[in-house]
Design a protein around this ligand. Sequence first.
Ligand SMILES: NC(=O)c1ccc[n+]([C@@H]2O[C@H](COP(=O)([O-])OP(=O)(O)OC[C@H]3O[C@@H](n4cnc5c(N)ncnc54)[C@H](OP(=O)(O)O)[C@@H]3O)[C@@H](O)[C@H]2O)c1
Length: 334
Amino acid sequence: MKAFVLRGGFGLDHLTHEDRPDPTPGPGQVLVRVRAASLNYRDLMVARGEYNPKLPLPRVLGSDGAGEVVAAGEGVVKWKPGDRVIGCFFQDWADGPVSEAAARSALGADRDGVLAELVVFEEGGLVAVPDHLSFEEAATLPCAAVTAWHALHVAGVGVGSTVLVQGTGGVSIFALQLAKALGARVLLTTRSADKADRATALGADAVCVTADVPAWEKWAWDQTGKHGVDLVVEVGGAGTMEKSLRCVRYGGHVGLIGVLSGPGTFNPILAVMKGVTVHGIFVGSRARFEAMNAVIAGKQIRPVIDRVFPFAAARAAFDHLAAGGHVGKVVLTL
Ligand SMILES: NC(=O)c1ccc[n+]([C@@H]2O[C@H](COP(=O)([O-])OP(=O)(O)OC[C@H]3O[C@@H](n4cnc5c(N)ncnc54)[C@H](OP(=O)(O)O)[C@@H]3O)[C@@H](O)[C@H]2O)c1
């Protein structure tokens, strides 16, 4: 079978498309023919050596894949050949808070990932594809959507909440769609005027183009009648955190997710004096994935796919993601 493997060093130039032996499922494991995969910013970080500079190579990349069960190993009761399934980002995190063991079971870093024609998953490391979704749509969910859902859920977002979403990438567009499904008002920032129109069409209640309005924290504060937002879905990291703490309400929440803005400093006293709860969000458990899928199925939510590439063109898909012009998810089809 073919797979995309990071071999011999970091950087996308070390991404090799190679033949590997077909894997076989052991006891409690399930063999899946991958039909679609999606890329995340995190995959770029892994490939560049920014995620874990000590990552042992070679490593099959990719955390997000959906496909059909081909064979079930000894003792497997949950899945049978032909079932449509999605792999969980963490293979060993069923429910509850994250543990060290769970955090070390991530696909495409700690373990070989899903950019392969055949992949072995743990029986408990799969969820069913919602009936209304294609494999391409289903493959967008494991990292970005579960992360967004996790951030909304721990902050108690619901009818009447206001959520601030930064940017129009995978996590952010899922945060927009899921927050709207929960009945929240969504404010969205983007660097690009073109993307602002897309965000509005996707349901954002107000959009700020940060190239025109760099003080987006003041914009968000004003949008809430100077009350502040209930939750910031923070994908910028250290460089945007101070602005996020300025526009969140007293007693509000920040879901700390990403590092897109690079290094920076922020004044922690803002979090102290506003009594802000900062949640470190690391994707989520299988139980969160299943709870999210129930909402996705109930509300018939369709993931936003920017572009689908053939599997063999994975390098072009990575380059497309790295260029940052996308809205939503970048997908590979097999
Ligand atoms: N903690 C976790 O478990 C977890 C899970 C998933 C992702 N992440 C992290 O979350 C971040 C987003 O991941 P993703 O896969 O959604 O990325 P992505 O699809 O590549 O989207 C990134 C988007 O964010 C916006 N952006 C870019 N630079 C920015 C900056 N300096 N400040 C604010 N926004 C910026 C851009 O949107 P516009 O062009 O519209 O501005 C860009 O399209 C990454 O840092 C990733 O590592 C963390």
